[in-house]
Design a protein around this ligand. Structure first.
Ligand SMILES: [Zn+2]
Ligand SMILES: [Zn+2]
Length: 423
């Protein structure tokens, strides 16, 4: 861990983790280093390095602002206003396309103009906003039944009441090492997905913190879940897809046809690049707002579970590799959730000393303009920096055991899934 070298700025011993370039734990010299092994984001190294620097700076600046802010409550940030404005314009354009198409379609039937109208209507239909579907989520997760898991749903209800959030309409259990919430369909049904791998290794208060954070997404004004912005995001993706120049060759023949096609390709290619850039810009801007929403969800987690449990939950993600490995090992050995939890705890205890360094390193490895979440180290840092909160909801070991008992059959399904996965 220690590199045997000292910091050029403050002379403290530098450290490293995994294969990371060394940094100084005392003055954070070289923590903003651009790693050679970093996963390419755009593909051009100099661009990626520039983007990393920007992301690192923006992420650290946002953290500093929120650390000193009197409240993390949702605000009309520039990011939110810009994203919403672009989204509204985009949806209005699609609607205009549809209306123009219908007008041309019924105008003076039957002339070639009608064909253009039909084409416009078709494009508008392809670009129509999508609101997500429950069926897409239940492919990899099973719905939990309130009648069969009363203890779990009782805890969810208590957390929702304490956090001041709505109760999810649907609760799903997946095999993943995470949890998420989303809102789907025209009826805007609220869906909470719990990943069994993560859920099983958490202690009672960490589970409360996880629920507090996830349900917090229903009220933290997360831009990804807004009706207008969610719709616009799917539309932009479809535009970029439609404009891709490849695969449209019709080979009508003749020099004129070839010139026309080349011109069309050039036009579509340029448009595709412009739309792609707009998509990227919108994504980068909205990600800033998403990260802010994550901090706010963390604060709700602390409010219901207590700050200490919320910090422990955040640190769990730093030990993902170690916990994932031992849980899969237990699953392959035929052992159930109790064994996963015990092995996960053991791994966490063994690595507890690494947490401060891993928190620091996460600020380098997780800083990205594409990241929807702030680095785990900053999330724990913000929880620790703000006023410590006591737990509003306390789950006992007995309740914890009852929740696990209710999920027994689901855990067994997940166990088989984990045991047969090829990694
Ligand atoms: Zn130093
Ligand atoms: Zn979140």
């Amino acid at each position: 861990m220690s590199t045997g070298e000292s910091c050029p700025k403050c002379a403290a011993a530098t450290i490293s983790k995994r294969s990371a370039e060394p940094w100084c734990p005392a003055c954070e010299w070289n923590l903003d280093h651009f790693e050679k092994e970093r996963r390419p984001e755009i593909g051009w190294r100099w661009v990626d390095r520039r983007l990393f620097r920007t992301a690192y700076w923006l992420t650290e600046r946002q953290f500093a602002e929120l650390r000193d802010a009197p409240s993390l409550a949702r605000a009309a940030t520039a990011a939110r206003i810009a994203t919403t404005a672009v989204s509204v314009v985009l949806l209005a354009l699609v609607a205009a396309l549809f209306v123009a198409g219908v007008v041309l379609l019924v105008h003076d039937f039957f002339t070639p103009i009608n064909l253009i109208g039909a084409l416009l209507v078709l494009i508008a239909v392809v670009l129509r906003p999508r609101l997500g579907r429950l069926s897409a989520l239940t492919r990899d997760a099973e719905e939990l039944d309130r009648g069969r898991a009363p203890a779990l749903f009782a805890v969810i209800d208590r957390v929702a009441a304490a956090a001041g959030t709505p109760v999810p309409d649907v609760v799903l259990l997946s095999a993943d090492f995470n949890a998420s919430t989303t809102t789907v369909g025209v009826r805007r049904r609220r869906v909470l997905t719990l990943g069994a791998q993560l859920w099983s290794v958490l202690d009672p208060q960490e589970r409360v913190a996880l629920l507090g954070h996830e349900l917090g997404h229903f009220v933290n004004g997360d831009i990804r879940r807004g009706l207008v912005t969610q719709a616009a995001g799917s539309t932009l993706g479809a535009v970029a897809y439609l404009l891709r120049p490849d695969g449209r060759r019709t080979r009508t023949g003749g020099l004129l046809g070839m010139i026309a096609e080349a011109l069309l390709d050039l036009l579509a290619g340029t448009l595709a690049r412009l739309v792609g850039l707009l998509h990227l810009l919108l994504l980068w801007i909205s990600r800033r707002d998403s990260q802010r929403a994550e901090y706010l969800a963390d604060e709700l987690a602390a409010k219901v579970a207590g700050s200490a449990a919320a910090i422990r939950l955040s640190d769990t993600s730093l030990l993902y590799d170690a916990i994932d490995t031992v849980v899969r090992r237990e699953a392959r050995a035929g052992n159930g959730a109790a064994a996963w939890s015990a092995a996960g705890r053991q791994a966490q205890t063994g690595l507890a000393g690494d947490i401060p360094a891993l928190r620091q390193l996460s600020r380098r490895t997780e800083a990205s303009l594409f990241a929807s979440h702030p680095p785990a180290g900053l999330r724990a840092g913000l929880l620790a920096a703000r006023a410590a909160q006591p737990a509003a909801v306390i789950v006992t070991e007995a309740e914890q055991a009852r929740m696990d008992e209710e999920l027994g059959a689901h855990y067994e399904r997940v166990r088989r899934e984990l045991a047969t996965a090829h990694w």
